[in-house]
Ligand binder design. Sequence first.
Ligand code: F6P
Length: 542
Amino acid sequence: MSDQAWQNVEQEYIRMKNTHMRDLFAADADRASRFTTKACGFTLDYSKNRIDEASLKSLIELAESADLTEKRDAMFAGEIINTTEQRAVLHTALRRKADDNVLVDGENVVTEVHQTLAKIKNFVQQVHSGVRQGYTGKAFTDVVAIGIGGSFLGPKIVTEALKPYRASTIRVHFVANVDGHHITDVLAKLNAETTLVVMSSKSFTTQETLKNTETTRDWFLQSGGSFNDIAKHFMCVSSNIEKATEFGISEDNIFPMWDWVGGRYSLWSAIGLPIALAIGFDNFEQVLSGAREMDEHFQSAPLSQNLPVLMGVLGVWYSNFFGCQSHVLLPYSHYLRGFPAYVQQLDMESNGKGTDHNDGAISHTTGPIIWGGEGTNGQHAFHQLMHQGNTIIPADFILPVKPAHDETEHHQMLASNCFAQTQALMQGETVEEIKSNLLAKGIDEAQADKLARHKFMPGNRPSNTLLMTELNPSQLGSLIALYEHKVFVQGVIWNINSFDQWGVELGKVLGNRVLDALQDKAQPQLDASTQQLVDIFKSSIN
Ligand code: F6P
């Protein structure tokens, strides 16, 4: 990104920072349509942002000056853009058509992708049809999907979001946390004879996932299964075939994935096996095709009409110029209730970085804190702070226009709340307006004056409204890819590697040392506070 482009945005910020969106709307009858873009079944209304044409232009120029289009093309072409791990970044290859070509080290990876998809298809059909059975010859009724981070969040939220598309009566239970309550609760209600286990770990070294799998294997053996039966019940998805076979998983039962797929970008790979088991292979393919549609949009639409680019630069505008520290996701959809947690990993693990591509420390803000929750629930909880708190929280409101139920009035109420929140955040309510309403209700002057100060709604709080035609597999695929590419755009502007995650490593190393201390296997040097916590824990548990 060029210094000049950054300074131009800074100038635009200085010009715009005290402008109220109310005035922008009042001055331009076409503002809503001017700042609305449609693509891939989405309507993105970004008119309730603190921008005008000049400021938006400066933001697009900032993206251009960061060589966004060249870097985007390098990612799609399989260049080594994850430079700290020397890897290509090719989650987009996972949704390419079979006759496409993407070369990594001279090999067309699309061939392997489609071989694995064929293996998933075959497996899912066998499970659904009852051809593949448990060790006593019964059809599978339940799947325990074990994984964490990217090997959990994607499959979980897609399975949850596409509940109306379930293709079989098989129930899928996700277990991520190493907290023994989770796995014991799940296993307590299952029958080992009819339970299939899918363990997902790209690295096959993740402590939580290995432990939960071992516990499940013990449960299986204690419930009547034998060692020989394990092969019928335990599947695994991993790029570490060696470790998986060492663990005892037979090679036939391993679904491969590859180094060039990041964990948080992996639901499109065999990590999506639990999704396909829940919604069927055809629907899973629709998820992939929706993502492909968004890839094509991202690659071909002009930057000023490109959904991920628009959402990306707006995020930079607020983070780096307005000083906003967080970004809230508000799906007005019960089925999308897990989406904020998904994007939290996607965005914060990708862009929560402090060193740039030139190995230098970054002095400005990078990835924002991502949080959120389903509407309308949040309105009765945290929206208060969004409306009146002394901090600006840019918001994405997401609404599937067509519901999967017939309760029209419910849906109208849901949508009206969604739209009204964007309106309230944008326009607010002045002290004068509030006071005159209070006086009209017969409240005396002094009381009206006092109350109006507390009821004052500053407004000018930015939001995007993203309407999707409906929450179907293809639209969901597009939605997730939209956020993937938004994160990419921001990573390019900040000149960071969005595809490594070194920040999670120290905690893992120290966690193992503390575990040694808790289990009396070693006495590592710990700081006084941590040692005290270890001592209290040990003395209370013994
Ligand atoms: O610890 C972070 C992380 O490495 C994530 O990036 C990843 O999605 C998750 O752990 C799980 O990793 P794996 O699939 O290798 O078990």
